[in-house]
Ligand binder design. Structure first.
Ligand code: GLV
Ligand code: MN
Ligand code: MN
Length: 399
């Protein structure tokens, strides 16, 4: 089945009737349904499927082994996300295998399609959790204790979904089998629109991270408490939002976002007692993201002090700039007739793996330039073109 038809097959799974788009979160029923669908689709292609100790699914074409050519992406989404971020790389991998099989190709190396768990951090906060656990770049105890917005730990959610969280942790054996990793992904900005090309090869991933700001004050009555008598944690929280925009603008090329803010108890006529918010900050280059966060933190501390509130700030994840393997980039670009290279402001499992194995990415044009929202899009012709490009690259690498 073509990649675009495979996307149609899963178009009803995890639709979010409240937010719009899709909400498919790690170890929830929608993501579970997609996992089952993937296993069935992979088995129909004759692939042998196994789930590793961290909940990542591997579908092997032929015998598993070292120096494998591995491709894949993720099936989870952000809350209310689009249809392509993640699934496009998975369906394109299945399409590529089917196309290669149809022409009688047999890989000369071990070959696998992988689905990584919790790429977005949409449920447990830390992105690329499956690949971070696999590579040992997050401590397993810390991961197990991560909580979703309802207070359910990753360990609890994983065991409810039939996994054994005690086995979470670095998996040197699985890692040592990957020879090269290629992730195809929908483009998440306007890069390919501007370049007028359906496909590009990834060059770099911007440095990025997430910080949690927690403010506590005094919950109180919205009518009976005079403005001058308040310790309202929403005031320093608002200062973070404003400082994030101001400081990011001043960097020239940095980005800072507060996309999630939770007041407790959360009543219209209630001054909050606490506010938690999450800052997503990304600046190209070394140490500039930390400098941006330090500036925003300073503004937050000043605002908290002025309001008589307490503040704590903690880093939940951070990833340095990634430059994809130059040799692999050249190979991909040449194999595809000289397609352009493109940097990205989005994080990916390929970025996590790049510190350990030669990794590369292909991007498929997104005519809206919008991602992490229901308007994310790719034309059928570009989706199928991307899958053909992936097949060509995989054939070359595994010959
Ligand atoms: C994932 O898409 C991210 O960049 O946050
Ligand atoms: Mn993604
Ligand atoms: Mn994403």
């Amino acid at each position: 089945m073509r990649a675009s038809q495979l996307l149609d097959e899963i178009a009803a799974v995890g639709r979010d009737r409240v937010r719009g788009g899709f909400s498919r979160h790690a170890f929830d029923p929608a993501e579970g349904e997609l996992r089952t669908w993937f296993v069935e689709r992979a088995q129909r292609l004759g692939l042998d499927v196994e789930t590793d100790r961290n909940g990542n699914i591997w579908a092997w074409w032929g015998t598993p082994g070292p120096d494998a050519v591995v491709t894949g992406s993720h099936l989870d989404s952000v809350p209310g996300g689009g249809a392509f971020d993640g699934p496009l790389g998975v369906v394109s991998a299945l399409d590529a295998v089917e196309a290669l099989q149809a022409k009688g190709f047999v890989p000369g190396k071990p070959f696998a399609v992988v689905v990584f768990a919790e790429e977005e951090g949409g449920r447990f906060g830390v992105p690329c959790l499956g690949s971070r656990l696999l590579t040992g770049s997050i401590d397993a105890d810390r991961a197990r204790a991560l909580r979703d917005p309802d207070g359910v730990t990753l360990a609890e959610a994983a065991s409810r979904a039939g996994h054994d969280p005690e086995r979470f942790g670095a998996d040197p054996e699985a890692l040592s089998r990957i020879g090269r990793f290629i992730e195809l992904h929908v483009e998440q900005g306007r890069g390919l629109i501007d370049l007028g090309s359906p496909v590009a090869v990834g060059s770099t991933v911007i440095a990025h991270g997430r910080w949690r700001f927690s403010f506590s004050g005094q919950g109180n009555h919205a009518g009976a408490t005079l403005i001058g008598d308040r310790h309202d944690p929403m005031i320093p929280a608002a200062a973070v939002v404003a400082a994030a925009r101001r400081a990011a603008l001043a960097t020239g090329d940095g980005r800072a976002t507060v996309g999630r803010l939770v007041p407790t108890p959360g009543g219209t006529n209630v001054i909050a007692s606490t506010v938690d918010l999450w800052l997503d900050a990304r600046v190209p280059g070394d140490k500039r993201t930390q400098a941006l966060v330090a500036e925003i933190t300073e503004a937050a501390e000043e605002a908290a002090l002025a309001e008589g509130c307490l503040i704590t700030v903690s880093e939940e994840s951070y990833s340095d700039t990634v430059t994809f393997d130059a040799g692999l980039r050249d190979e991909l670009s040449k194999r595809l007739g000289g397609v352009p290279e493109l940097p990205t402001g989005a994080g990916h499992d390929a970025g996590v793996l790049a510190a350990h194995v030669p990794s590369g990415m292909l991007y498929v044009r997104n005519p809206t330039g919008v991602s992490h929202a229901p308007e994310e899009f790719a034309e059928v012709a570009d989706v199928d073109h991307g899958a053909r490009a992936l097949a060509a690259v995989l054939e070359h690498l595994s010959t």
